[in-house]
Design a binder for this molecule. Structure first.
Ligand code: LRH
Ligand code: MN
Length: 433
């Protein structure tokens, strides 16, 4: 039985000893600084430890573009090796106990076996993701011209069946949500009847909605373009919101940060969906131009903070039913995916904690006083507070790494996996390339 290298707890605490002293010094200094602001640092440690973000199974392999994919060494070759890497990420950052699967890329032979394998790594399954944007070998009807909105009823039936199959598999894996993103759209003016395609979408999603268990949520993911380059059926939050309302109380909107035109005010969309009671969840990533799927907080960290500012404001207002699901959805083309996912998960906790540092009494006062400069200054006060010591202590107290990247590199995990996972013809299980 091939041995599988794992980073063990002792190694993590060994590595933590190297930085424990200065982290505690910084933590104590920050504690005094926050105390002056009437903030209890231990409350923020608890918030950091409660924060959870799901890792995309398709994110632990090396991503690529339509031009090329440069496979990394020791890449996972199947869903079990993907979960192994997800287990390593969770072991070091402690906030990523859930995995979001993509079907059929991650379709297991045995759901029970997969569920047990994940549980042994302390992992469980978040939202399922269907795939009607690629044709599978032997598939009867092609999705070249659409799936849930295809003019041909047989193609729509096939796509609906696939989504229902995903939900059934998700039930046996313990998932409680299903995400539907479709690439349906046109590349030419006139190619599609814009109103009829939406009618077909609602009819198809209505049949999928019937298969959604009562304690589940159905997420609609909008995207302004790609793979369609002229018209996309579910192109923005407005149509997503309309459809979620039309479908019923189990349907919600999922906001993928990269699915908006440059400069769109995403934090405002988040506030709207919160107010309309239809914010279901997020696919966090970052982008400069299109759906670049770059690491969260790597390009626009202030935007990420402003999004969490709206989320924390809603959390503190105890808005009924407010329970968004957080997931990463990134493509790691030039970094070690494990490192990028660990860093991105930490960037989300950072933005979340900084949003909890906003003096909301002062903010609402200066808003009432029409004092825009003090409003911005109040937000910047929180955004410029270095909460790194809290992130490190929260991880360490939860059995994780004070410095996940340093500990990961010191473990030579990737080098071990390179030996364990000899490159085969198809280095990784199929996925976005
Ligand atoms: C589409 C998307 C969607 C996934 C895919 C992996 O761009 O964001 O969430 O199905 O990426
Ligand atoms: Mn996405």
């Amino acid at each position: 039985m091939a041995t599988h290298f794992e980073i063990d707890e002792d190694f993590v605490s060994e590595q933590n000893k190297k930085s424990k002293a200065w982290v505690e010094e910084d933590f104590d200094h920050l504690a005094r600084k926050l105390k002056r602001q009437g903030v209890d640092i231990e409350a923020l440690v608890a918030k950091a430890q409660d924060f959870r973000v799901a890792v995309p199974s398709w994110g632990v392999g090396t991503g690529g573009t339509r031009f090329a994919r440069f496979p990394g060494l020791g890449e996972p070759r199947n869903i079990f090796e993907k979960l192994e890497d997800c287990g390593t990420i969770f072991k070091l950052v402690r906030s990523t106990s859930a995995i979001s699967l993509h079907i059929p890329w991650d379709k297991p032979d045995s759901a029970t076996e997969l569920r047990e394998f994940a549980a042994n790594l302390g992992l469980h399954f978040d939202a399922m993701n269907s795939n009607t944007f690629q044709d599978q070998p032997g598939q009867e009807h092609s999705y070249r011209f659409g799936s849930l909105t295809h003019p041909d009823p047989a193609t729509r039936d096939q796509a609906i069946e696939h989504n229902i199959e995903c939900i059934e598999l998700g039930r046996s894996l313990g998932s409680k949500a299903h995400t539907v993103w479709i690439g349906d759209g046109g590349n030419f003016p006139g190619q599609q009847h814009i109103r009829q395609t939406l009618e077909r979408y609602l009819e198809s999603m209505g049949r999928i909605y019937q298969a959604v268990p009562d304690d589940w949520r159905l997420f609609i993911e909008h995207k302004f373009y790609e793979p369609a380059f002229y018209s996309t059926v579910i192109n923005d939050w407005g149509v997503s919101y309309y459809c979620a309302r039309e479908l019923g109380p189990k349907a919600f909107c999922l906001v993928d940060l990269g699915h908006h035109a440059p400069n769109v005010n995403i934090e405002m969309i988040v506030a709207r969906l919160i107010q309309f009671g239809k914010l279901g969840g997020f696919h966090f990533n970052d982008s400069k131009y299109g759906d670049d799927d770059l690491d969260s907080g790597s390009i626009k960290p202030f935007q990420l903070f402003l999004i969490f500012n709206e989320l924390v404001d809603a959390e503190l207002d105890r808005i009924p039913g407010f329970n968004p699901t957080y997931m990463l959805d990134q493509s790691h083309n030039v970094t070690d995916p494990v490192e990028s996912l660990m860093m991105s998960a930490s960037e989300l906790v950072r933005a979340y904690l900084q949003a909890h540092l906003v003096d909301r009494n002062l903010l609402s006062q200066v808003q009432e006083d029409c004092d825009p400069l003090m409003a911005l200054a109040t937000l910047k006060q929180a955004f410029t507070t270095d909460v790194a010591p809290i992130l490190a202590v929260a991880r360490e107290r939860a059995g994780g790494a004070i410095d996940p990247i340093a500990t990961y590199r010191a473990s030579s995990y990737r080098q071990h996996k390179t030996k364990e996972r000899p490159v085969t013809k198809v280095a990784t299980a199929s996925g976005i390339v």
